[in-house]
Design a protein around this ligand. Sequence first.
Ligand code: ADP
Ligand code: NA
Length: 330
Amino acid sequence: VCQERIFSGIQPTGIPHIGNYAGAISNWVRLQKKFSGNILLSIVDLHSITLPQDRDQLWQNILDMTACLLACGIEPEKTILFQQSLVPLHSELAWILGCLCSVPRLQRLPQWKEKKSSVKEPSVGLLTYPILQAADILLYKSTLVPVGEDQTQHIELTRDLARAFNRLHGTVFPECKMLSGEVPKIRSLRNPTSKMSKSEANSKSRIDLLDSPEVILEKCRKAVTDFTSEISYDPEGRPGVSNLIEIHMAMADLTEDEIVEESFLLAEDTGMYKMRLAGIIAESLAPVRERVIAYRKDPDFLTDVLKEGAAKASLIAEETMEDVRRLVGF
Ligand code: ADP
Ligand code: NA
């Protein structure tokens, strides 16, 4: 019997890029095999509204993210895939945990310091969303949370809040651990010293899962490399070329040894390598793209998937909350 429960969330930001795919989505698909039945994946729309959202766009983004996750191999029979806001218990637990958390504790979090300066009048939600994140995890008594290193402080906060609750009211929550496995970091095609991100204004800096082979070729062709045309892997000294190799490994699912044969022996120079890589990316994304397009035509199906997932998630969440409410004194 599997003793672990895995929780992960992704914001509905629309069509993911290959960085999201290599760094998060394909990892979940791997974890789904190992932890089938014990893994939850939430489209965290409540987190999205910490910053202003357009209503129609937000809904489209929720559907698109769902389509992409299914297209990439998330199976609702193995992973509880659901829309966060359909399980209102997330908000209820967040409120209770929020009453155990000091304001300075939140103000010390690095992401708050970063994000508050990005808006003129930061909302309460932007300050307290790490508490909601803790609630997301603890609501399912999750033990493993696959997230990036940038989430370390938030997982620490989650553990602190779990401990605080257990001490004050009675033991309900387990200690959760970060599951920061070997996931690649894909960098921007235009600024190869920073990560590939939706927030980079230039859309040519990233490849999205729905990009056509022509678009992929164009983006690869214009990827920033250096003035040396030979190919070598040196992330510090040659971030551009090394990033292409990282992308190659991730998209073709190759090990470091295999990549040496593929790219270094076959390709003649960076120019040719970019063309070759564009073909490899396009080929590996073709079936994903096809499925995304098909799913997108059936929003009712996608809505049902999210609702059915929410019903399953609610069963687990309600059990936790019954204990929580009783112990608090409600
Ligand atoms: P973005 O920066 O594009 O907004 P998010 O911050 O929404 O991406 O991240 C969503 C998920 O994708 C996270 O799990 C994050 O670790 C992963 N991720 C984002 N960008 C990359 C990247 N360039 N390389 C690897 N993983 C990434
Ligand atoms: Na981001």
